[in-house]
Design a protein around this ligand. Structure first.
Ligand code: AMP
Ligand code: ZN
Ligand code: FE
Ligand code: FE
Length: 281
């Protein structure tokens, strides 16, 4: 009995529809999954319905891009109340920032004599949370690049001429936002960002868990974060971060979180909901 608590669909920069993703989860025999699209929970209703039909337990989630002391950190929110007005308002604001950033990236590319239109990216993305992977796909579709890798290498990677920095919420505010929406806040793939020094500060601010298991965490990295979770008394989560097909194969199935971990998460979420007053932002 296993779970995958980090998955994306085409409601952000994944390629699967919620139904396609859940079909993959069922094929791998997952007992529970969470959908964690960037800055949105919009795909969750459909994913939840598909999970119900497939007998898979579903957790509403989202992955927020935040920063702490100048370091980019991704914060996963789980068990969110998707109808929470403050959460909806903030996610809507993040989505506008993403859309504005796409326009700015297109403008920069245009100045480099790459006539990519922002509208072409929006058409292709067909969602409210567009990101750089959509720009990369549009560059390939438009015949400006031969591959997604080339698009990132030439234009979109940090510091490349088409890259535009993203305005980010600070991580402490992201944690408070998740808490006031009834959720648990988990630091995503800490091994990717290599920002261990921010963890004590986030714990002080109520961080609930660490994503110890992740596709890009080799075993020693996972063990390092398991020890850290023990030290700070944090919940342990894990997920594949599957965005659909990646180099011909989906990542779903590469990380299998034991269900005991999910049960502890559920208990913590229930305790939070029945506990003290909501924290205001
Ligand atoms: P954004 O949130 O718009 O900055 O886009 C970040 C997403 O782009 C990440 O979730 C990755 O999936 C993807 N990404 C970032 N860097 C690369 C890269 N060098 N090659 C391919 N995909 C990348
Ligand atoms: Zn993504
Ligand atoms: Fe991430
Ligand atoms: Fe992710």
């Amino acid at each position: 009995m296993f779970a995958d608590l980090h998955l994306h669909t085409n409601f952000s920069d994944g390629t699967y529809t919620p139904e396609e993703l859940i079909a993959q989860a069922a094929r791998h025999g997952f007992a529970a999954i969470a959908l964690t699209d960037h800055d949105t929970t919009e795909g969750c209703a459909r994913a939840q319905a598909a999970c119900r039909a497939a007998g898979i337990e579903f957790i509403i989630g989202s992955e927020l891009t935040a920063e702490q002391d100048g370091n980019e950190v991704h914060i996963l929110g789980y068990f969110l109340d998707a109808t929470n007005p403050v959460l909806i308002a903030e996610l809507t604001r993040f989505q506008s920032v993403r859309q504005e950033r796409i326009r700015e990236m297109a403008a920069r590319l245009n100045r480099l004599n790459v006539p990519l239109e922002a509208e072409a990216v929006f058409r292709l993305a067909n969602c409210r949370s567009p990101g750089r992977p959509h720009v990369a796909r549009a560059l390939v579709e438009g015949g400006f690049c031969d591959s997604l890798d080339e698009a990132f290498e030439r234009f979109l990677k940090k510091g490349r001429p088409g890259w535009v920095p993203k305005a980010k919420m600070d991580a402490l505010t992201a944690i408070a936002l998740i808490h006031q929406a009834g959720g648990l806040a988990v630091m995503a793939h800490p091994g990717l960002n290599r920002t261990d020094q921010v963890i004590p500060e986030l714990v002080e601010s109520g961080l609930d868990g660490l994503e110890c298991y992740h596709t890009k965490h080799p075993a020693p990295t996972a063990e390092h974060y398991l020890r850290m979770a023990m030290r700070f008394n944090l919940l342990v989560t894990g997920g594949s971060d599957c965005h659909g097909l990646s180099k011909g194969k989906p990542l779903i199935g590469t990380v299998k979180l034991p269900m005991e971990r999910v049960e502890r998460l559920q208990a913590a979420a229930a305790a939070r909901r029945s506990g003290g007053p909501a924290v205001s932002l």
